[in-house]
Design a protein around this ligand. Structure first.
Ligand code: GLC
Length: 506
């Protein structure tokens, strides 16, 4: 008898081609497409923000969908649904939840005036709305709810606790892209967001007396994934657990690390129209030199192709360690290097970036912007791409950099450790330079290694070639997600322990 295809609803605040601030959107878009390509039916639900790039050919569903937001009879919002053209043979559907009062604003989590104060309510509506939209799309419950980060956490909690027996049986997967953000709320959130008090009293959502959405989803999910194997281990330690390490150790039986990939077709230097010259594994020396010349000119960094170029493209947050990179910039300039940093974020970091660039005109360039095409020009032009993160669940830019032949300099954390193999010139192996820790001294050592390596064109050539040859595609990882879904829906052993009662502590 043919097995019916799996139905998976993906709940996410971001989707790369529609609205994104970081890697979360890239990953949700890629995983959804690959899983659908393998035969499953995937429905992605994400909000229709004021900043969403709505593609051509969308259709609006007839009528509205009722989304419960509180306990009262009238606590139901009517939301619209805008559906994108179907893809992957009709198996990939993407629905935009349209609630203009909550989402029709000039930002995803905040705007120029700061973070929105009602994000808990906004994402509760997304979470509950995604389930209602899935039910309308398929006429029944899905097989799996896959929630991404705290914004989608309530989808798992609502399904388990508030929507009846059929929904309570639906399997669920919670993916942690960044444990630094958990959705930590006051006790008043329980009634406001229609969360049963039991979820708090049992300890599942109680974190030091407050309501913690991420913890709730971890408690009620059947499986929890982190975006790299190393991060899955790190979040069980005090240093990287953001207060949930003890709880995650208790839940370790359902925690697994699945390494992110990148879209190797959309990020391909042989096809990339934004580059000054396209190149492949054979022509990269020539192509990259042309790209470097163009970028140096674009950024006002002169014409000296022989000077090593160090770049990064990043959100300017303390997680990303840009301050550490700025710390080694004077030493790099002293040694004749050029530095370019592209990103936006925390105002203090933006200010320090501008200050360093002003101090070294023609040597250090800063672009306070979020610009995908400029990012690609950095990957294709820089000799070294610096990712000195203090913690990094996975990180994608180091993979883009390798794909384009830039040598990554990373710290030995999370997915950076899992994707960059330390170079050992003598043994002709490795794909990048790995600093043991995210501190000024270790980064200075790493940069010193890079400058030494740069003196050896043959070693550099081989290092770039190995980076470009690394398979960072989604093939392996998307298979891992599919296997995970299948195992949940068709358990190998019928005697699987029930996950309905969470084992928790506060
Ligand atoms: C978050 C993490 C980053 C990860 C991305 C996608 O942005 O900080 O490390 O690569 O999510 O999973």
């Amino acid at each position: 008898m043919a097995v019916p295809p799996l139905r998976i609803v993906m709940v996410s605040a971001e989707m790369e081609s529609l609205a994104r601030t970081g890697g979360l959107g890239d990953v949700v878009e890629a995983v959804s497409a690959h899983v659908a390509r393998s035969g499953a039916h995937v429905l992605v639900v994400t909000p229709l923000y004021g900043v969403t790039k709505i593609p051509a050919g969308c259709t609006r569903w007839e009528g509205t969908v009722g989304v419960r937001t509180g306990w009262g009879e009238d606590d139901v919002r009517q939301v619209g649904v805008v559906e994108l053209p179907r893809a992957e043979g009709g198996r990939l559907r993407v629905c935009l939840l349209d609630d203009p009062r909550l989402f029709g604003r000039a930002g995803i989590y905040g705007d120029a005036h700061g973070t929105f104060g009602d994000n808990d309510q906004r994402f509760a509506v997304l979470s509950r709305g995604a389930l209602e939209i899935a039910a309308r799309a398929w006429g029944t419950e899905p097989d799996v709810i896959h929630a991404h980060d705290w914004h989608a956490a309530l989808a798992i909690v609502y399904a388990r606790l508030t929507m009846g027996a059929a929904w309570a049986r639906v399997k669920s997967v919670m993916t942690i892209h960044n444990l630094g953000f958990q959705g930590s709320l006051g006790l008043d959130a329980l009634d406001r967001l229609a969360i049963p008090r039991d979820a708090f009293l049992s300890g599942a959502m109680n974190h030091f007396g407050g309501v913690n959405l991420m913890k709730g989803a971890i408690a009620y999910a059947d499986r929890v994934t982190a975006v790299s194997p190393t991060y899955a281990r790190e979040i069980q330690t005090v240093e990287a657990g953001f207060g949930l390490d003890g709880f995650l150790r208790e839940q370790a039986h359902k925690l697994v690390g699945i390494l992110n990939g990148i879209d190797a077709e959309r990020f391909d230097p042989a096809l990339d129209p934004t580059l000054a010259e396209r190149y492949d594994a054979v022509t990269f020396e020539h192509g990259r030199a042309t790209c470097k010349r163009a970028l140096l000119a674009e950024l006002g960094l002169g014409e000296d192709l022989a000077a090593p170029l160090f770049t990064t493209v990043t959100r300017l947050t303390s997680q990303k360690g840009v301050d550490l990179f700025l710390g080694v910039a004077p030493m790099l300039v002293d040694r004749g290097a050029r530095v370019a940093i592209v990103g936006q974020g925390e105002p203090e970091l933006e200010a320090s970036l501008r200050a360093v660039a002003a101090r070294y005109p023609g040597r250090v360039a800063a672009r306070i912007t979020f610009d995908g095409a400029l990012a690609r020009r950095c990957y294709s032009s820089s000799d070294f791409f610096v990712v000195p993160s203090r913690y990094e669940p996975c990180g994608l830019t180091q993979m883009y950099a390798m794909r384009y032949g830039a040598v990554p300099i990373v710290t030995a954390v999370g997915g950076l450790k899992d994707t960059v193999v330390p170079a050992r010139a003598a043994q002709a192996e490795g794909t990048g330079i790995v600093a043991a820790r995210a501190n000024p001294v270790e980064l200075a050592f790493a940069v010193e290694d890079a400058l030494t390596l740069y003196q050896d064109p043959q070693a550099m050539h081989e290092l770039r070639a190995r980076g470009m040859a690394r398979d960072s595609s989604w093939t392996t990882s998307s298979r891992a997600y599919l296997t995970l879904y299948r195992e949940l829906v068709e358990p190998v052993s019928a005697k699987e322990p029930s996950t309905l009662t969470p084992r928790v502590s506060t």
